[in-house]
Design a binder for this molecule. Structure first.
Ligand code: MN
Length: 156
């Protein structure tokens, strides 16, 4: 780990941008950020665990989080004013934008939603899924939660 940090610091020094308020390499260790249950029913349906990874800051206007969905669990319909990138880290999941086909995703897949495209994401009906969500902020927010995804829509 020390070697990794040293290398990262060296890269920073070589290419040091001057606009960053954050001037030191930081480590946010696993265990310093508590996992919490996803908020049901406002944000999610089913059993979801959210572990924050990093908050929006001077370094990046995007925050990141690990979201773990039990089989059948999913977000409610929602939009992101500045879009969102999902990196699937395990399991099998489904994502869908309104009016589009339901897309099957697995570990290593990367999904990008444009700004203000109504969509949902979650596990498949039979398997869990986890993704890292990277979500930029616009106008002081990064998400607008809407109504739940009905079973009929989820299984469609
Ligand atoms: Mn989303």
């Amino acid at each position: 780990m020390k070697r990794v940090l040293t290398t990262a610091l060296s890269l920073m020094l070589i290419s040091a941008p001057t606009a960053f308020a954050q001037e030191q390499t930081t480590l946010s260790a696993n265990g310093e950020r508590e996992s919490v249950a996803g908020v049901v029913p406002d944000n999610f349906t089913g059993t979801v665990t959210v572990t924050p990874l990093f908050a929006a800051s001077d370094l990046s206007n995007a925050g990141g989080g690990l979201v773990e969905f039990a089989p059948g669990a999913r977000t409610v319909w929602h939009i992101h004013p500045a879009g969102q990138t999902l990196i699937i880290t395990s399991g099998l999941g489904w994502v869908q934008e309104e009016g589009g086909e339901r897309i099957h995703v697995k570990a290593g897949d990367v999904v990008q939603f444009p700004p203000n495209v109504r969509h949902w994401h979650g596990a498949s009906a039979t398997n869990s899924m986890a993704h890292i969500a990277i979500t930029p902020t616009a106008g002081g927010t990064n998400v607008e939660w809407l109504e739940p995804v009905t079973d009929a829509d989820y299984l469609n």
